[in-house]
Design a protein around this ligand. Structure first.
Ligand SMILES: NC(=O)c1ccc[n+]([C@@H]2O[C@H](COP(=O)([O-])OP(=O)(O)OC[C@H]3O[C@@H](n4cnc5c(N)ncnc54)[C@H](OP(=O)(O)O)[C@@H]3O)[C@@H](O)[C@H]2O)c1
Length: 267
């Protein structure tokens, strides 16, 4: 069990990809702090599922976009555990409007949750990781470097990825700077960037024909699933990944490198 005796905080791990990451780390022996913001029931279910794997789980509510709440989150971890081995910066949100309609409120909401949270969490986590070979992994997306098409969201309206893409670019730059600054403290910092992930919600929209099926555009022949992301994150948290620093590992089944070869195939 590579993570036996380790303590991991996974932000936004009540559901979706964060939940898969939490379960993966737990299956390899880590105790998990499940952070959530709005959906307590999902987070409680994740805690139960983690405990069923024979490790400990703790639930802490915090809006990671709120600096005071991040402080409270880490104050709680500090007083209850006094240590942290792994920080997974997964929680994300965003305003899906064209850039011409992004006001300062939409910008700050998105940037604070998706990018500033890594800075604030890393600052506090680094102290709890002293002498513990800490690992920090963030979840980014292809929208950091490519302009993604509009996507369908709940309520079946079209949304723009714009400001979320910008926030993910900031997250990735922060990852590189943190990797160098925290290396002397023995902390490894990396990120993964996934293409569209086949979550339960997406499966429903695919079935109803409400989003375009991108399987034909993926050289690997299927969409990315949450477990694909969790597997790479777990690897980056392992000692085998010790010499990987400040990298953004793309998980997209070859979509981004096969763009030209596959052009027209999805029509
Ligand atoms: N889904 C994709 O296709 C895809 C592709 C590439 C990258 N990603 C990235 O993967 C990560 C997870 O995505 P997902 O699709 O699993 O997300 P999701 O289903 O939309 O869930 C978002 C998660 O983040 C939490 N969260 C949102 N705002 C928060 C806040 N202010 N403070 C704390 N927690 C907050 C939510 O908790 P509550 O439910 O409790 O509010 C939830 O657990 C994100 O960083 C996302 O950008 C996703």
């Amino acid at each position: 069990m590579p993570f036996e005796g380790k303590l991991a905080l996974v932000t936004g791990s009540g559901r979706g990809i964060g939940r898969s990451i939490a379960l993966k780390l737990a299956s390899q022996g880590a105790d998990i702090i499940v952070n959530f913001f709005r959906h307590r029931e999902s987070a409680e279910q994740t805690v139960k599922d983690i405990e069923a794997l024979g490790v400990k789980a703790e639930i802490i509510r915090a809006n990671v976009g709120d600096a005071a709440k991040v402080d409270e989150l880490f104050d709680t971890i500090g007083s209850k555990f006094g240590r942290l081995d792994i920080l997974i910066n997964n929680a994300a949100s965003g305003v899906g409007r064209p850039l011409m309609d992004i006001d300062t409120k939409a910008w700050e909401w998105t940037m604070d949750i998706n990018a500033r949270a890594l800075l604030l969490c890393a600052q506090r986590a680094a102290k709890l990781m002293e002498g513990r070979d800490g690992k920090i992994v963030s979840i980014s997306s292809l929208g950091s470097r490519f302009v993604l098409p509009n996507y369908t969201v709940v309520g079946v309206s079209k949304a723009n990825y714009t400001v979320v893409g910008v926030s993910k670019a900031a997250l990735e730059a922060l990852t590189r700077y943190l990797a160098v600054e925290l290396a002397p403290q023995g902390i490894c910092v990396n990120a993964v960037a996934a293409s569209a992930v086949e979550t339960e919600a997406l499966k429903f929209y695919l079935k109803e024909g409400l989003v375009k099926d991108s399987r034909q555009l993926t050289p690997a022949g299927r969409m990315v699933i949450p477990e694909d992301v969790a597997n790479v994150v777990a690897f980056l948290c392992s000692e085998e990944a010790f010499m990987i620093r400040g990298q953004i590992i793309i998980i997209d089944g070859g979509t981004s490198v096969g763009l030209f070869a596959l052009a027209g195939k999805g029509e």
